[in-house]
Design a protein. Structure first.
Length: 177
């Protein structure tokens, strides 16, 4: 599978650099549970409304509150399509936004803002490296592939919500330059 994934890199990096189509929106109300709504309500204080980030964020501030730099995760649609082969028996990774977007560091450096519907997101300095769950769900090759091309950010990007708003599947992600 690693050869297939590496061969697909030109296809993955050819994704839109802005004006990106949204493929799927996701809320994780509880561990192992995914809901795919037509819209997300994004809040600077609460993250994605209905998502478990507020209660179970893996990264916390020194005072115990969830770190806002990991409120939203954007995963490139082209990457997901390559690794998520068995959609009936394998859990969706849980990224709240799946979009046909080039998430490379060159295209989306730390601090870049993205208009997401009526909300604004900011690319975090916290990398999304993939974890043991990614390896279990999609295989060791998929994890190795995402980690060996860290500058391309194949596992996607983490974002803070810097302006409240609503994002629908009919919206497009617009990178602010």
């Amino acid at each position: 599978m690693l050869l297939e994934l590496n061969a697909a890199l030109p296809y993955v990096t050819a994704a839109a650099k802005t004006d990106s189509l949204i493929d799927l929106l996701c809320i994780r109300p509880a561990r192992g549970l995914r809901v795919f709504p037509d819209s997300l309500t994004l809040s600077t204080q609460g993250g994605v409304l209905g998502d478990r980030w507020l209660e179970t964020a893996w990264l916390k501030l020194s005072d115990g509150r969830p770190d806002p730099r990991i409120q939203v995760s954007i995963l490139p649609k082209r990457v997901l399509d390559l690794v998520w082969k068995d959609r009936e028996n394998t859990l969706h990774p849980g990224d709240q936004i799946i979009a046909d977007l080039n998430t490379s560091a060159e295209n989306l450096p730390f601090g870049t803002k993205i208009i997401a519907g009526t909300a604004i997101l900011q690319i975090s300095d916290v990398p999304n490296l993939g974890c043991a769950k990614w390896k279990v769900r999609y295989g060791a090759d998929a994890l190795q592939w995402t980690k060996s091309h860290s500058d391309l950010r194949l596992r996607g990007v983490l974002c803070a919500i810097v302006q409240d708003g609503i994002l629908t599947k009919n919206d497009r992600l617009q990178v602010l330059r």
